[in-house]
Design a protein around this ligand. Structure first.
Ligand code: MLC
Ligand code: AMP
Length: 506
């Protein structure tokens, strides 16, 4: 048995390897070995800060090689890694740090002042790390040894907490084990044929499943390298594509590239693979991409709680508008959302999945866990789907009230609770409508209290102070009343239909 399966398989195997792991802006690079030595120093610094195996480390820092080394350090030291969206406000962070019982909050030096009360109130220590590699973590780590005795872990031990918002407005910490992450990475390397010769263009954030686990774990396991960009920037991506063999992205990446005349067949004729996920890729985008480049984007489907569930085939037909087949080891069934009974092939229903990829449950929420994770091991995804005669899975809707904007999940409930609490507001509804860049955009509807005229600017400011920018309604619209069905339930579909053309001009 291995001492720490995730560390050994993803990281430890590269010890002493002088080959490039990360290609960085300005013709800089970082070797596997230098990356691991940095991670070891961080692991010592975390121990010195009082973090033991199983403790949570919350991190909100800009994407950088050092930030990725924090992930490696946490795995090596048996610390549970909890990365957080850099867009989150102090108020949002307070919940995550407190709820997770994090022992350390690692943040950007520029935010240290604002976040100190958050750490103090939660009883967490605080260290800083800037995008330039500066901060109190690097200072504390500089005198530490460059090797660290890897902490033994079992495959079933927790490796990461990733928070996902909930339909009740309260975020849930999805507990992911070493085996969850490792099993999925192993399957994906094989399914997508990644090897040590691959150079992945990495422009995703590293605080979500897509950029952290799908992209990074796969490349670590395959032994390839990554062009590690701070964020998706069309100019940068076009400049770097000639050096890459593969790219992973959310659909917005692909629509932005298609909008640029420099993105040509010649530019990417050498590429091996383009993968899309985290949000629906429109069949039109798929077709336009093929017409422009000759490549068929490979679409796959996953979630925070399950890692990747399905994928279109590497060889064989990549069918536009489908998310392909269940991955090896993953069972997928379609059930009646009310009764949970399995439905026959060809019928629409709830997608449920089971396999080594499925998480252990929600942190400190046994009831939520029991509602979504069956005793049989099947996880109820909240996505509605259908399986066609050839076995391809399509996602046709969502049973959960969720908006996906540019690959970020937004739960209307969280915004509605805030809007409802504003002066002069009787009630509200938040929906997603088609958006040419983000796929969906957030719209907020307000019904004033009798005789009141809510001040939209004040309300927008309150939303701005509380919630990350990507969750803000792009527009607030005042209505006399919300459309309701005979049962009194708000008909969000009516609002969606009425405002469907707001951003697309339809
Ligand atoms: C940024 N903004 C967004 C936004 N991203 N608004 C809505 N939705 C988003 N996704 C805000 C900015 O703050 C800015 O506000 C304005 O919109 C315009 O910003 P921009 O410069 O155009 O955005 P940019 O910084 O380029 O970011 C867009 C993006 C980014 C698409 C590149 O959002 C992104 O990297 N998304 C990837 C998300 C991801 O990794 N998802 C994986 C989840 S894992 P202002 O102030 O200018 O008005 C998962 C499981 C799975 O789902 O299956 O993979
Ligand atoms: P998250 O909770 O951020 O992990 O988001 C997971 C959700 O993203 C899933 O439940 C789906 O609704 C959605 N999703 C992921 N990949 C796809 C895809 N290829 N097509 C449609 N929806 C997707």
């Amino acid at each position: 048995m291995m001492a720490n399966p995730l560390y050994d398989r993803l990281f430890g195997r590269h010890a002493g390897n002088a080959a490039t792991f990360l290609h960085l802006p300005g013709n800089q690079s970082l070797s596997h070995d230098a990356f691991l030595r940095l991670a070891a120093r961080y692991a010592h610094a975390f121990r010195a800060a009082g973090l033991g195996p199983g403790d949570r480390l919350a991190m909100q820092v800009e994407k950088s090689p050092a930030a990725l080394a924090v992930y490696a350090a946490a795995v090596q030291a048996g610390i549970v890694f909890l990365p957080l969206n850099t867009a989150y406000t102090a108020q949002e962070l307070r919940y995550f740090v407190t709820d997770s019982g994090a022992k350390l909050l690692l943040c950007d030096p520029a935010r240290a002042e604002a976040l100190r009360p958050v750490a103090e109130d939660a009883g967490a220590a605080m260290l800083t790390l800037g995008a330039d590699g500066q901060g109190t973590l690097p200072e504390a780590a500089s005198a530490q040894p460059e090797s660290f005795g890897t902490t033994p872990r079992d495959a079933d031990d927790l490796a990461a907490f990733l928070y996902t918002s909930g339909t009740t407005g309260r975020s849930k910490g999805a507990m992911l084990t070493q085996a969850n992450l490792l099993s999925n990475a192993e399957v994906l390397v094989d399914y997508w044929r990644f090897t040590g010769d691959d150079v992945l263009l990495h422009a995703l954030p590293i605080f979500h499943t897509h950029g952290l686990f799908v992209a990074t774990n796969v490349m670590l396991l395959a032994g390839g390298s990554m062009i590690f960009l701070p964020k998706f920037d069309t100019d940068q991506v076009i400049a770097q594509l000639p050096r890459a063999t593969a790219m992973m992205g959310v659909p917005t990446f692909y629509t932005r590239l298609l909008d640029d005349p420099r993105f040509t067949r010649d530019l990417v004729s050498h590429m091996r693979l383009f993968i899309s996920g985290s949000a629906p890729l429109l069949a039109d985008t798929h077709a336009a991409f093929e017409a422009r480049t000759g490549h068929r984007i490979l679409e796959r489907y996953g979630m925070t709680e399950t890692n990747m569930n399905t994928s279109n085939p590497y060889e064989g037909e990549r069918r536009a508008g489908t998310v392909g087949f269940p991955l090896p080891g993953v069972e997928l069934r379609i059930t009646d959302p009310e009764t949970g009974e399995a439905r026959p092939q060809g019928e629409v229903g709830m997608i449920e999945v089971r396999g080594p990829n499925v998480f252990k449950g929600y942190w400190n929420m046994p009831e939520k866990t029991a509602q979504e994770l069956r005793e049989t091991g099947f996880f109820i995804t909240g996505d509605l789907g259908v399986i066609d005669a050839r076995g391809y899975v399509s996602i046709v809707g969502r049973a959960k009230d969720l908006i996906i904007s540019g690959g970020y999940n937004i739960y209307p409930k969280e915004i509605e609770m805030l809007l409802d609490a504003q002066p002069g507001v009787l009630e509200s509804a938040v929906v997603g409508v088609p958006h040419p860049d983000f796929g969906e955009a957030v719209l907020g509807f307000l019904v004033p209290e009798k005789g009141a005229t809510p001040d939209l600017e004040t309300i927008a400011a309150a939303v701005g102070a509380a919630l990350a920018r990507f969750k803000h309604p792009r527009k607030l619209i005042v209505l006399d009343e919300l459309p309701r069905n005979t049962m009194g339930k708000v008909q969000k579909n009516v609002l969606r239909a009425e405002y469907a053309g707001l951003f697309t001009g339809g």
